[in-house]
Design a protein around this ligand. Structure first.
Ligand code: HEC
Length: 107
């Protein structure tokens, strides 16, 4: 009987672990978003600014969602989204660092 109780407790703990891991997986970035750890040049100014400014409204977008030719225009559109929203706006210099970073690592 005592073993049964212990076995039940172990099962309950295991179930908890499995559920909490599954929950975390569901919180994980969708395919068009990247986990912060996977950023190229993670310690560069561009990566830092990209993380700081570009995840304020949505998950950090995947760098491969635009080509090098398209990123400047995409970021320009985001500048309009940001200024309309009252979120933290990068300075022109910071925006250039973000654009250069994205262009450098685009597909
Ligand atoms: C003020 C909130 C806000 C911030 C900050 C923001 N975005 Fe967005 N972003 C949006 C909204 C709203 C959409 C969906 C509508 C649209 O595409 O404009 C979007 C969509 C996107 C998309 C998918 C659509 C597309 O054009 O491919 C990308 C990529 C993107 N954002 C990149 C960025 C980058 C890079 C930054 C940082 C410079 C950024 N976003 C910062 C609001 C924001």
């Amino acid at each position: 009987m005592r073993y049964l109780v212990i076995a039940a407790a172990v099962m309950a703990i295991l179930a908890g672990v499995i559920f909490s891991t599954a929950g975390k997986k569901m919180m994980h970035a969708t395919s068009s978003e990247v986990a912060v750890m996977e950023l190229p040049e993670p310690n560069s100014a561009g990566a830092g600014l990209f993380k700081q400014y570009c995840a304020q409204c949505h998950g950090l977008p995947g760098i491969d969602t635009h080509t090098a030719a398209d990123w400047p225009r995409a970021v320009e559109r985001m500048m309009a989204n940001i200024s309309a929203s009252g979120k933290q706006m990068p300075s022109d210099g910071e925006r250039d660092l973000i654009v250069n970073y994205l262009v450098r690592h685009a597909k």
